[in-house]
Design a protein around this ligand. Sequence first.
Ligand code: ADP
Length: 370
Amino acid sequence: MSAHPSTLDDDVRAALDGVTLPDGTGLGASGRVTGLSVTGGRISLSIQIEAQEAAAFKTTRDMVETRLRALPGVTSVFAVLTSERAAPPKLSPLTPKAKPDPLAGIRHVIAVASGKGGVGKSTTTVNLALALRAQGLTVGILDADIYGPSLPTLLGLHGKPGMADGRKLKPMQAFGLKAMSMGLLVDAETAMVWRGPMVMSAITQMMADVDWGALDVLLVDMPPGTGDAQLALAQGTKLAGAVIVSTPQDLSLIDARRGITMFRKVDVPILGIIENMSHFICPDCGSSHAIFGQGGAEQEAARLGVPYLGAVPLTQALRVASDAGQPITARAPDGPLGQIYQQIARAMMAGLNAAGAGQSPALKLTGDLT
Ligand code: ADP
């Protein structure tokens, strides 16, 4: 026996050793635990399984979470089941699931996506959510941007989410919105080394584990990009539609087109393109400069037969407000920028209603989108 006093790491390992797998072996010795991170009182880990073992291992995961939560000094536990050999995403709509839908209380789940990072997807998500809120809707935001979760900063969220009943996480509250972020559960450094399948299972699990209650709209701030992880997330979630955020530069417009193709593959209606940083508003003189050219996103949207939802200018006020955790649409919903987001929110909801009635122009996409 070691003479050292036991640390939380030791306790965690001992707890994992004490969990028995369906085949009778101990979890600790099975080599299935990867990505174990114990930071402060926050624990996250993955349990490697084969895709067909998912149902059998749910009890194991629950047991791991219960045992680790019971350890002194532990404040949160996040265990995910992950299969390295995930089945490739199917390109057909999902068949309805028999089990209860954890998002059943949410009327519309809408993805906010971008082909690449840094285009202002999260800033747009937050201000769009606040615009919908200003119009009287109940709104939640799920920050699924696992590699760069920015919701805690944008909404000034602090602390850790509490537990509602036994297993469900309570969403945080900010500016009248319900919010949950991967950044509140998993360290950025841990998530950085996660591979595609781990990201997917973490996100889908997080969606199911949050007690959202009744919401008119849940906006999902998607991880940037249009790869398999994004495709599977779009497919595994009951999405009412998707909006694409793009800057006017050609490169990111090409990325936006990839995003449109992706959602189209899984039959998710494209509610439209939002052009961010479309023109620069000079803080000194208030004049407007089309630094990246004008009308690119609108023309592209028209070419693709996708609604153009509107343009948000590049303004210093917007950036400063975002960094301070005081989003501009919360501060001044009827100010110049607040009105722009409200206009975009109205256009998006109009498209959503049309899509629900089967008349969305998004469903009539034509042309070469690749
Ligand atoms: P993404 O989610 O696409 O990675 P963010 O929303 O985090 O992008 O935005 C990246 C940076 O750009 C942030 O510093 C944000 O404050 C800033 N930003 C986003 N949109 C605007 C805008 N319209 N005007 C000024 N700054 C913006």
